[in-house]
Design a protein around this ligand. Structure first.
Ligand code: E4P
Length: 218
């Protein structure tokens, strides 16, 4: 399973990279705004800074909602770095744009996916990744995991190569359930990745090993 970090914060990206388990980065306009990155030139430079840190795919989202606007933006984004994956929303023109870009061999991430039907469309259009938003489904009392299971089954049934990128992952149980269900990738905050480290018996066990060592080596 691949781990992507879902942030535009450079120090968090660096920390995740240094941990040695990072496979890529996803961003969105809200995450860029949260870091105070505004204006086209700064946004493009920030994507470059992210690409310079990581080995792996970096999703950069288009703002346009019409086909021609999305393609124009995609052409600018892919000039930044070869790691850029063009993130396109699941709307009618988005599906057309994904088809156009995938026919040209450009990697895409279909975002804002909330149903299996949308995921099927994304795969048929040739998306590299499909991003079902688990946490936001949970927020409206729907089970995000049911959606992951449905998409994984559908893609397996027909051999679609689109990777299931579980997004809006809020905690370690989300991540582990995605792993059980066979999602290809999870994207989440750094805190979700580091929460996998924690177990009280590890802490207790380590404390005991170290105190026993001290007793025998005074
Ligand atoms: C996916 O690529 C999105 O950036 C992200 O996972 C959205 O998550 P949120 O619901 O925590 O905003």
């Amino acid at each position: 399973m691949k781990f992507f970090i879902d942030t535009a914060n450079l120090s968090e990206i660096r920390e995740a990279y240094e941990l040695g388990v990072l496979d890529g980065v996803t961003t969105n306009p809200s995450l860029m705004a949260k870091e105070g990155i505004t204006g086209k030139a700064k946004i493009m430079a920030h994507y470059k800074a992210i690409c310079d840190i990581v080995d792996g795919d970096v999703s950069a989202e288009v703002i346009s909602t019409d086909f021609h606007g999305m393609i124009k933006e995609a052409d600018e984004l892919i000039e930044i770095d070869e790691k850029i994956v063009v993130k396109v929303p699941m709307i009618k023109d988005g599906v057309k744009a994904i088809k156009h870009l995938s026919d040209r061999g450009i990697k895409t991430n279909c975002t804002l996916v909330f149903s299996a039907g949308q995921a099927l469309l994304a795969a048929k259009a040739g998306a590299t990744y499909v991003s079902p938003f688990i946490g936001r489904l949970d927020d409206v009392s729907m089970d995000g995991m049911d959606l992951i299971e449905q998409i994984v089954t559908i893609y397996q049934n027909y051999g679609y190569t689109t990777e299931v990128l579980a997004a809006s992952v809020r905690h370690s149980i989300h991540l582990l359930k995605c792993a059980e269900l066979g999602a290809d990738v999870v994207t989440c905050p750094l805190s979700v990745i580091t929460s996998l480290l924690k177990h009280p018996l590890t802490d207790i066990g380590l404390e005991k090993f170290l105190s026993d060592y001290k007793k025998g080596n005074q």
